[in-house]
Design a protein around this ligand. Structure first.
Ligand SMILES: Nc1ncnc2c1ncn2[C@@H]1O[C@H](COP(=O)(O)O)[C@@H](O)[C@H]1OP(=O)(O)O
Ligand SMILES: [Mg+2]
Length: 385
């Protein structure tokens, strides 16, 4: 049991902020009293924030160079490859330094392609980026070799599951957005016993103030948000540069006519025609706000929009790293995240989410209306095929 796990016995305990309560059988076999274990994940949360912020800085550096480069190299996918692996290596390194015990990481990348002939130069670029990030932070007096970096990437090979603790990482969520110069996120969560207990979303290009319904950024708008949430502790947002955090809440909008909705920028990732039908049924007036990555969950958690609709095309299987951090960021801000059948997302079954058709997100008041509109629209769409 971790050091930051507090144990006490109570019959009328109120849930304290930032603590997650779970019930265990009493350690005394003769007693029938209930022992309540209050878990604080503050050390893990601090490590996750540090890891995601450093990875965001690494990604920003690569994206800046990419956007300044000529047209030909903009068509080249290698910058995102380098940033993706670099981000995973860095997050893995920081987490292992900060929380070494029982380390387990479920992450999107592995080093297979990097160990192939011809990849040496890429591995060296990644290693340099990671070492530059470690040096600029100043807390770790080490220089990683290329093999250290490959090993750090490969430590993300865990399968997750319902037992124990597992970090869950998408090192760059929204690679298409990253290449376009738009939104992307570094998404990191912790599972404990199959439940998401903390989540951090670093969104380097998300404005600090609400994004407009048109999704347009004003040129003087400062960007770079870090959202973080711990079970029972609410959701907070702070600038990625580290200044103080503010508590955020999903919108209180109850009238769908006043709601706006988020969906994927990429039509290949979510059926825009289905979300348009749902919005029409609900009476939503605003046009969809299309942005890449789990930045959608972050924006929703602070009330920029009221609804997030995600309906991948047939056959696509959702991965846990694409939703774990976003899900807790929204639920701790008062929102609800379910699949299209109204069931909560189950992160305990390994790398994949086993869900019905799609993911819908909104506040508690709007969910019943949204759920009905989703069911009707899915039926209508199926009947028209
Ligand atoms: N065909 C697909 N349908 C749905 N999601 C997809 C598909 N292909 C990739 N994705 C994933 O969607 C996420 C981005 O969603 P959005 O467009 O809403 O930002 C990424 O994690 C991306 O995975 P990957 O990270 O492997 O590219
Ligand atoms: Mg992703």
């Amino acid at each position: 049991m971790s050091l930051n796990c507090l144990r006490f016995v109570s019959h009328s305990l109120k849930k304290p902020p930032s603590f997650h309560l779970s019930y265990l059988p009493s350690s005394s076999s003769s007693s029938s009293s209930t022992v309540i274990v209050a878990m604080s994940y503050s050390k893990e949360l601090a490590a996750a924030k540090k890891a995601a912020s450093l990875a965001a800085r690494l990604c920003q550096k690569v994206q800046k160079a990419l956007l300044q480069s000529d047209v030909q190299s903009k068509n080249d996918k290698s910058p995102v490859t380098v940033a993706d692996y670099g981000s995973q290596a860095l997050v893995s390194f920081v987490l292992q330094q900060e929380i070494p015990a029982d380390f387990s990481l479920v992450a999107e990348e592995d080093s297979k392609d990097l160990r192939k002939d011809g990849a040496q130069e890429t591995v060296e670029r990644i290693t340099k980026l990671v070492n530059d990030s470690i040096t600029s932070d100043g807390s770790y007096n080490v220089t990683l070799s290329t093999e250290d970096v490959l090993k750090a990437i490969d430590s993300g090979r865990s399968e997750g599951g319902s037992q124990g603790r597992h970090w869950v990482l998408d090192p760059i969520d929204g690679t298409k957005g990253f290449l376009r110069g738009d939104q992307y996120a570094i998404a990191l969560a912790l599972l404990d016993g199959g439940k998401v207990v903390l989540g951090v979303l670093a969104c380097p290009n998300l404005p600090l103030t609400s994004i407009s319904a048109a999704g347009q950024l004003s040129p003087d708008n400062e960007v770079g948000c870090l959202f973080f949430a711990e079970v029972g502790g609410g959701t907070y947002m702070q600038p990625l540069d580290g200044s103080s955090a503010v508590k955020v809440q999903v919108t209180a909008v109850e009238n769908p006519e006043e709601a706006s909705f988020f969906e994927s920028y990429e039509a290949a990732h979510s059926m825009h025609d289905l979300s348009s039908l749902i919005a029409q049924k609900l009476g939503v007036k605003a046009p969809p706000v299309r942005i890449d990555s789990q930045a959608k969950y972050g924006a929703l958690s602070r009330g920029d929009g009221a609804i997030y609709l995600r309906f991948p095309h047939k056959g696509y299987r959702e991965k846990i790293w694409d939703h774990a951090a976003g899900c807790i960021v929204v639920t701790e801000a008062g929102g609800v995240v379910t699949d299209a059948a109204g069931k909560p997302l189950d992160f305990s079954r390994g790398k994949y989410l086993d869900l019905d058709t799609g993911i819908i997100v909104t506040n508690q008041k709007l969910m019943p209306l949204l759920f009905n509109a989703v069911r009707e629209s899915i039926k209508e769409k199926a009947a028209s095929l």
